[in-house]
Design a protein around this ligand. Structure first.
Ligand SMILES: N[C@@H](CCC(=O)N[C@@H](CS)C(=O)NCC(=O)O)C(=O)O
Length: 246
């Protein structure tokens, strides 16, 4: 299989973690988001939403949406299982993952893009920007790129985004005070879904990590899959990138 992904992308980090937990071999194809490689016709043929990640299966078919990819991988490579055996708990796992998709990712986007993409996008000429925006398949992401290029998110918007992201803490704390993992005694796709967000909160507002979440975060980093998935510090990666450019 081939995974098209971004090293710093939260959705891609999830899928790399899932592949690593299962010990699945795959070809890694990093996508340069700042160069908008994910809006090329070749990428859009794999994922019409124009976002990473996308997975190319061994038979050449494509799959996208990180939560769908993780469930697909868990069904086709059943060991170790990453979905609760009980149907009710499995449904709760899916609702948690959906919550992170709907309520955590849009806020993290504001914070991450302001750091990683704004310095590049703000340099584009009006003509270049118009051409680039025209390639973006969804209105929400077209608006986000326009914001980054021309109307940067304000400090108030960033503060609100961080506060909203932190709503993840009480949600996780409630589960983790009684169990080692979000869905109980077994590590699951819910834990995988939360990792990229907690990794960023640990960098942006480490004091906001609640006690049980801090313990969970240590357990996560101790798992061999964490190192294999290359979930490096976002800040360090950006500094390394700007050192290369200068
Ligand atoms: N719901 C999608 C979200 C994917 C997503 O938003 N990917 C981001 C990186 S985390 C991306 O490709 N951003 C670039 C863009 O929107 O142009 C998933 O879980 O796969």
């Amino acid at each position: 299989m081939k995974l098209f992904h971004g090293w710093l992308s939260s959705a891609s980090r999830r899928v790399r973690l899932c592949l690593a937990e299962k010990g699945i071999d795959y070809e890694s194809v990093p996508v340069d988001l700042a160069a908008q490689e994910h809006h090329s016709p070749a990428f859009l043929a794999m994922n019409p939403n124009g976002v990473v990640p996308a997975l190319v299966l061994d038979d050449g078919r494509f799959l996208y949406e990180s939560s769908t990819l993780c469930e697909y991988l868990d069904e086709t490579f059943p060991t170790p299982s990453l979905r609760p055996a009980d149907a009710y708990v499995r449904a709760q796992m899916r609702n948690f993952v959906r919550w992170t998709d709907d309520h955590a990712l849009p806020h993290l986007l504001i914070l991450n893009w302001s750091l990683a993409l704004q310095p590049v996008a703000s340099q584009w000429s009006d003509d270049a920007l118009a051409t680039r925006l025209a390639r973006i398949p969804t209105a929400t992401r077209r608006e986000a790129w326009l914001r980054i290029a021309r109307k940067p998110y304000t400090d108030d918007e960033k503060r609100h985004a961080l506060e909203s992201l932190l709503a993840l803490m009480p949600k996780m704390e409630t589960s983790l005070v009684n169990h080692p993992w979000l869905m109980g005694d077994d590590y699951s796709l819910a834990d995988i879904a939360a990792v990229p967000f907690v990794a960023r909160i640990a960098e942006l507002a480490p004091q906001a990590l609640t006690p049980a979440v801090s313990d969970w975060w240590r357990r996560i980093q101790d798992r061999p899959a964490f190192a294999l998935a290359n979930i490096h510090s976002f800040n360090a990666a950006l500094q390394a990138r700007s050192a290369m450019v200068q």
